[in-house]
Design a protein around this ligand. Structure first.
Ligand code: MF3
Ligand code: CO
Length: 299
């Protein structure tokens, strides 16, 4: 009997023990039914989230506070952005606004990234590096991707901006990608699958004649900058990870006017561009799966 105990038996939580989620409530009154439901879905062959991906109410509230800064920073950029401005000036707005509000820009020094925000113009898909030498011109479209750390909690969202007189073609790309994110968001509800969201995004982009970037995607977020799962936008309904209450992730599809292929800048090793140099657009929202649907955390 004693010997058997040495064999790897998964630690089983007692029904009267405090729940693993940190709520302080007894397991039987908290996540017991939830765990049972997840394990049945896993046995049907689906990918299911691990416990560390489930945020509790206290954590969610901290992440909301972080997002409050992230949203304010993007609002400030929206207010100031204009033709003639360098992307370095956008970086300064982001750094100053974030730190004034008590936050830290998450990109700064992240895996060696040298600035506080990503600024990606026209054929740049993502991870553009702000520079005093990059000047916004009339007709440009730009993605400004902001991420904030507050007390160790992460928020992440991005918006597109049209600078001055933008062609109808590029305006339509920007608008369509926004619709893609909104249609994806509608699919975010507990006990559905990430693929439900993914297919809604993909179908709308392709229906409009665009291509969807395949190898770069969204991510879990909140306690870390980038958590599991990886969130792609080329998957079918009913596939990919199960969505459950307390999960938080980004919807941030990159959609190209031309071909889907992208490449990383060989000099700075960050900036991603379309191979065919066609324009690309991206919007990003951070979303929480709730008991009855979803809550937008940062946008
Ligand atoms: N904000 C980007 C994202 O959506 C992350 C960029 S990493 C950086 O995941 F280092 F480039 F900032
Ligand atoms: Co992100």
């Amino acid at each position: 009997m004693e010997k058997k105990r040495l064999i790897k038996v998964p630690h089983k939580i007692g029904r009267n023990d405090p729940c693993w989620c940190g709520s302080g409530v007894k397991y039987k009154n908290c996540h017991e039914d939830f765990d049972r439901r997840i394990s049945m879905i896993r046995m049907q062959g689906h990918v299911v989230p691990t416990h560390d991906l489930i945020k509790n109410e206290q954590q969610i509230e901290k992440i909301r506070q972080s997002a409050k800064i992230n949203i304010a920073v993007l609002d400030e950029v929206a207010d100031k952005i204009r033709a003639g401005m360098s992307t370095e000036e956008i970086d300064k707005i982001v750094y100053d606004t974030t730190t004034k509000m008590g936050g830290i820009p998450a990109p700064l020094n992240y895996e060696g990234f040298p600035k506080s925000v990503c600024t990606s113009i026209n054929e740049e898909v993502c991870h553009g590096i702000p520079s005093p030498n990059i000047i916004l011109r009339d007709g440009d479209i730009i993605n400004v991707d902001c991420s904030t750390i507050l007390d160790g909690y992460f928020s992440d969202s991005s918006r597109m901006f049209c600078i001055g007189n933008v062609s109808e073609e590029k305006k339509k790309l920007v608008q369509t990608v926004k619709e893609c994110v909104e249609l994806g968001l509608e699919q975010v509800k507990p006990w559905g699958f990430l693929g439900d969201m993914s297919q809604a995004v993909y179908d709308h982009a392709v229906k409009n004649g665009y291509s969807v970037v395949r190898n770069i995607g969204g991510h879990g977020v909140g306690l870390e900058f980038h958590e599991e799962p990886w969130v792609g936008y080329i998957f079918k309904r009913g596939t990919q990870m199960l969505m459950v209450p307390g999960m938080m992730f980004t919807i941030e599809p990159m959609v190209n006017m031309g071909r889907a292929e992208v490449e990383v800048d060989e000099v700075n090793d960050w900036t991603v561009r379309t191979v065919d140099k066609s324009p690309s657009a991206q919007w990003e929202i951070q979303v929480l799966v709730t008991e009855d649907g979803h809550e937008v955390i940062s946008y």
